[in-house]
Design a protein around this ligand. Structure first.
Ligand SMILES: [Ca+2]
Length: 225
C-alpha cells in the first residue's frame, strides 16, 4: 500500500504543478505578482483565490479517493475466465469449478461448497482476471483448496496488458512455492502495471484450482507513464 500512496502523492504533486501553471496562464499572472499583488486589483485577487481553492479541493478529493481505492480488492469488480472447467463425475452441479468462483469474495476452501475455480487436467492450465483498467499491483492473495494443496506449487502469477498466449506471456510477478491446505498465501508484486492478472501452472499437465484470488493496487491515472 505504501508504494501506492507514494505514487499517488507524486501524481498529485504533478497535477498541482500543472494546475498552477494553468492558473497562471489563465489569469496572466506570474508567481511574483500573486505574492505581491497590488491592492487596487481586488476582483482579480478574489478570482485567483477562488480558482486556487477549487484546485486544492479537487486534489484533496482525488487523494482521499485514491487512498481508499488502494485498500479495495479490485478483483471483485473484474471479469474472469480460465483454460477449461472441470466436468464429468466430479461436476455434480453447474456452478462448481467456474472461474468466477475465485473472485466471489468467499474464501471457503471446500471445492464442493461451490466457491473454488477448477480446470480440467491439461497442459499448462491457467486462470485470468481482467481488471477492466490498468492497475499498479502491490499485493495478491490466493486461497488454496483444503485438499490437493500441492497442485498450486509451481504456479506463476503474471501481470501485464497483453493478451498474447491468453495473457500468459505477460511479465511474471512470482512463482508460488507453497500455500498450505485451506491457507491464503500473500505475494508482493511491487507495483507491477497491467490490466490482466494470470495464474498459470506452466509446462506440466495438471489441474488448477483457486478458492479465492484477491488483488490490491492502485488505478493507473497516467496511462502514458
Ligand atoms: Ca471463492
Amino acid at each position: 500500500m505504501q508504494g501506492g500512496r507514494l505514487r499517488m502523492l507524486a501524481w498529485t504533486l504533478r497535477s498541482v504543478a500543472i494546475g498552477w501553471k494553468g492558473i497562471q496562464k489563465a489569469t496572466g499572472a506570474k508567481t511574483d505578482n500573486v505574492r505581491f499583488k497590488k491592492p487596487q486589483e481586488p476582483d482579480t485577487s478574489k478570482h485567483r483565490m477562488k480558482v486556487i481553492l477549487q484546485a486544492a479541493l479537487t486534489c484533496m478529493m482525488l487523494v482521499i479517493s485514491a487512498s481508499d481505492y488502494s485498500d479495495r480488492n479490485v478483483a471483485l469488480r473484474g471479469r474472469v475466465t480460465q483454460s477449461s472447467v472441470l466436468t464429468g463425475q466430479w461436476q455434480s452441479v453447474g456452478y462448481l469449478g467456474l472461474a468466477i468462483n475465485a473472485v466471489d469474495g468467499n474464501l471457503d476452501p471446500n471445492y464442493y461448497h461451490g466457491s473454488c475455480s477448477h480446470t480440467h487436467i491439461e497442459k499448462s492450465p491457467w486462470w485470468r482476471l481482467d481488471m477492466l483498467d490498468q492497475y499498479h499491483i502491490d499485493t495478491v492473495k490466493i486461497t488454496n483448496r483444503n485438499e490437493f494443496a500441492e497442485r498450486l506449487t509451481g504456479a506463476e502469477i503474471r501481470i501485464g496488458n497483453s493478451l498474447a498466449n491468453n495473457g500468459n506471456n505477460n511479465p511474471r510477478c512470482t512463482v508460488i512455492t507453497n500455500i498450505g491446505a485451506s491457507a491464503t498465501g500473500t505475494f508482493q508484486c511491487h507495483g507491477m502495471k497491467g490490466r490482466y492478472l494470470n495464474i498459470i501452472v506452466p509446462g506440466i499437465t495438471a489441474f488448477l484450482t483457486l478458492c479465492e484470488v484477491q488483488v490490491f493496487g492502485d488505478l493507473v491515472y497516467d496511462h502514458a507513464g
